[in-house]
Ligand binder design. Structure first.
Ligand code: DAH
Length: 345
């Protein structure tokens, strides 16, 4: 009978096909082709109604036994393929290969420099203080001897929240808060974020400063000079030269800016015959502002007239850029792990 012969011929054909199937995908293709709803067996069985009713049971039985045989062949080949793939995987797996090192976070250069600076001043007897980033006008300006018409108050520079509340534009208001809360003698450094309405290549709306304040009795400019010289040499190396330049700040009198010998060109003004871009060939870079606390500030916090002391303030990003030779301020705020990862301690 034709149909029986057709069904019988499927088994050897499948055996040949299975030998050439080397993936589970190929195997599944063969299975659909043979046993699927529109597969070879189904197509042969579609002819069943054309047979004499008496012949049908025999063909039906044959079809079932061929199906069973095919299923058994598929199962066997599938088990074989799975075993083969497992063996390959085991052969490729090298238990002695070193693992991938897990990514460990690193401290941001701002954090590293802030911690280093605070540690240095703690070693000199200072304690660490802090104040709010949202500050009242009085502490940010008025009590620091910055009168209402002062240019630093310009709306251009300050982010106001209300008429009398603002984002602090410097860490100097922590001086005021410290003196209102404690009697002299005292010595504090205050690190923190400050805000300005400023955004270009060399200015960001938020950056970090560290403020310093020492108030007591008989404190002179010599103490200021000695303290800041010791600080600069601890951060930039013992060979660093320090220069104090007269300057002006409303809350100090006299005031100075401190320059250090350029740590990029070693104060030479040139690197490998090229003009130094950091110090613009001068051999000096500005690092901080400082001075003797103005009597008007003591008056604002109710201190007696016979106290004396000094204050200073510096930009953390600026110190970090000089210390690590970072050329672009934006690096600090982009959080590119390729940049940050270089500061792993
Ligand atoms: N507050 C100043 C600024 O943001 C920096 C500064 C200068 C702070 C002199 C001081 C100081 O304490 O004495 O530019």
């Amino acid at each position: 009978m034709d149909l029986i012969a057709a069904l019988d011929s499927l088994v050897p054909e499948l055996e040949k096909g299975l030998e050439q199937a080397h993936t589970l995908d190929a195997l599944e293709g063969l299975r659909v082709d043979m046993l699927g709803r529109k597969g070879r067996i189904a197509r042969i069985m579609a002819a069943l109604p054309t047979l004499e009713p008496s012949e049908r049971p025999q063909v039906g039985q044959k079809a079932n036994s061929v199906k069973e045989r095919c299923n058994a062949l598929f199962d066997a080949r599938k088990a074989e393929l799975e075993r083969e793939q497992e063996e390959i995987a085991l052969r490729l797996f090298d238990p002695t290969a070193p693992g991938r090192a897990p990514w460990r976070g690193t401290l941001h250069p701002d954090t590293l420099v802030t911690e280093e600076i605070c540690r240095i001043f703690q070693g000199l007897g200072f304690t660490v203080a802090s104040g709010p980033e949202v500050e009242i006008d009085h502490y940010n300006f008025e009590a620091l001897n910055i009168p209402p018409e002062h240019p630093a108050r310009d709306m251009q520079d300050t982010l106001y929240i209300t008429e009398s509340v603002l984002m602090r534009t410097h860490t100097s208001p922590v001086q005021v808060r410290t003196m209102l809360a404690a009697k002299p003698p005292l010595a504090v450094v205050a690190p923190g974020k400050v805000y300005r309405r400023d955004s270009d290549l060399t200015h960001t709306p938020m950056f970090h400063q560290i403020e310093g304040l020492m108030v007591g009795y008989g404190i002179s400019m010599a103490h200021l000079r000695g303290t800041l010289t010791a600080f600069v040499r601890a951060v930039f190396g013992l060979g660093t030269k320090v220069r104090f330049r007269p300057s002006f700040f409303p809350f100090t009198e006299p005031s100075a800016e401190v320059d250090i010998s350029c740590c990029i060109c070693g104060g030479q003004g040139h690197v490998d015959g090229q003009p130094c871009r950091v110090c613009k060939t001068t051999g000096w870079v500005e690092i901080l502002g400082c001075g003797m606390v103005d009597p008007a500030v003591y008056a604002a916090v109710g201190y007696p007239e016979d106290v004396s002391g000094f204050a200073f303030g510096m930009g953390v990003e600026r110190v970090a850029m000089l210390k690590y030779g970072i050329g672009d301020l934006r690096m600090f705020f982009e959080n590119d792990v390729r940049f940050l990862g270089q500061f792993a301690g």
